[in-house]
Design a binder for this molecule. Structure first.
Ligand code: CU
Length: 119
């Protein structure tokens, strides 16, 4: 069983490498502000930072989704438009976002199509 699992994982990995640079993907994690996260790291997450993250979002800072394994996806598209207007209710919450992920210059971003709060 274990062997089968690793074979499947290897196949999935190869498939991921073969995929084009864009793909509709689901990303789960916390909505964070990249300005504070870049300076403070993990301290800029969670409920203790929620008020600041909201302020940063309202200022129009780049917001991102931070996954459990520490990957950061900058949020682009309509949810980032007008100083993150559509994103405000999700700030500092754990979300599931669906959209187009792009990898460029070692940075990842997601153009969100659909987002919901994780329960
Ligand atoms: Cu902040």
């Amino acid at each position: 069983m274990r062997k089968m699992f690793s074979t499947l994982a290897a196949a999935a990995f190869v498939a991921a490498l073969a995929a084009p640079a864009f793909a509709a993907t689901t990303v789960k994690g916390e909505v964070i502000d990249t300005a504070c996260y870049g300076r403070m790291g993990a301290k800029a997450t969670g409920s203790g930072h929620a008020a600041c993250a909201l302020k940063c979002a309202k200022n129009g800072n780049t917001m991102a989704i931070l996954t459990k394994d520490g990957k950061v996806y900058d949020i682009t598209g309509e949810y980032a438009a007008n100083k993150n207007a559509k994103l405000l209710e999700y700030v500092a919450k754990d979300v599931t976002a669906e959209g187009t992920v792009m990898e460029m210059n070692g940075k990842s971003s997601i153009k969100i199509e659909k987002i919901s709060v994780e329960k």
